[in-house]
Design a protein around this ligand. Structure first.
Ligand SMILES: Nc1ncnc2c1ncn2[C@@H]1O[C@H](COP(=O)(O)OP(=O)(O)OP(=O)(O)O)[C@@H](O)[C@H]1O
Length: 247
């Protein structure tokens, strides 16, 4: 298995953000896409030399887009002796009844419903953490999505504690570039079992991807600088409005 750069990036993220603690039981949220498939396998290897012993499993929430793809995930888990749970749902049926004004499936509802199933199953399986496959490029895309559409300078956190569920979400691939992940999947023949979502290619995220690609072509250093900016707390300089006294 040639995934040393990925393991190094996971170790650095784990050290910088204390992602994994003694006795954790971590459920990888397995979409079947390249990121979470690689994450599942990489964490199973990291488990062997992590300073903090932890248990690992994966949960796939089957939205109902396509059926046959599940077998790829099942075979993958069997090949590497990994613990996988597949949750069949009727999410696709619900989404079809809540189309947007443009006739598209609502991504935010899909994400909320998937998260609900994921958290519930993780709880049943006694997991205290859920690992997501988000990487460096996802973090930068989310930053720009939030600035352009949400008037805020923010991205997702490497570790996020959800008090209502008493569960943490961790993102161990946060220091990996998408290109690194694609390369690691290719050379290690890690299959992708990504289901075809009818919205693929027309999402806001896809628009961000294309916009950022254009920026990187003109300014190749921009990707690394965006990432550094995310934790460059000393250099944050925002406007602080004076509070008006009400008399
Ligand atoms: N159906 C699902 N079941 C379980 N986890 C999921 C599912 N869909 C998404 N996730 C989790 O959410 C993360 C982000 O989702 P997103 O839709 O951006 O990923 P993706 O492009 O479908 O797949 P991946 O990130 O695995 O390549 C995934 O990496 C995965 O951890």
């Amino acid at each position: 298995m040639k995934i040393q750069p990925i393991l190094r990036a996971i170790r650095n993220a784990d050290q910088d953000f204390s992602m994994i603690e003694d006795g954790d039981r971590i459920a990888v949220a397995l979409s079947g896409g390249k990121d979470s498939m690689l994450l599942f396998l990489a964490l199973s290897i990291y488990q062997k030399f992590s300073k903090h012993p932890f248990e690992l499993c994966a949960i796939h929430v089957d939205v109902g887009f396509e059926d046959k793809i599940n077998q790829t995930m099942i075979d993958f888990a069997k090949q590497y002796n990994l613990e996988l749970y597949i949750e069949k749902t009727k999410i696709f049926e619900i989404l079809k009844q809540h189309r947007t004004s443009k006739g598209r499936l609502p991504c935010s509802l899909c994400s909320t419903l998937k998260k609900g199933v994921l958290f519930e199953r993780a709880k049943e399986l006694s997991c205290n953490k859920i690992a997501l496959g988000h990487h460096q490029d996802d973090a930068i895309e989310t930053l720009f999505m939030n600035m352009i559409h949400g008037s805020k300078i923010a991205t997702f956190q490497p570790v996020q504690y959800m008090s209502r569920m008493n569960m943490s979400m961790i993102r161990p691939l946060i220091y990996c570039k998408e290109s690194q992940i694609i390369h690691a999947c290719q050379i290690n023949e890690i299959p992708s079992a990504k289901k075809i979502c009818p919205n693929d290619g027309i999402t806001m995220r896809q628009e961000m991807k294309e916009m950022l690609e254009n920026i990187y072509q003109s300014y190749p250093q921009a990707r690394d600088n965006f990432l550094t900016a995310l934790s460059n707390e000393q250099q944050i300089s925002l406007w602080h409005k004076k509070k008006h006294k009400t008399t």
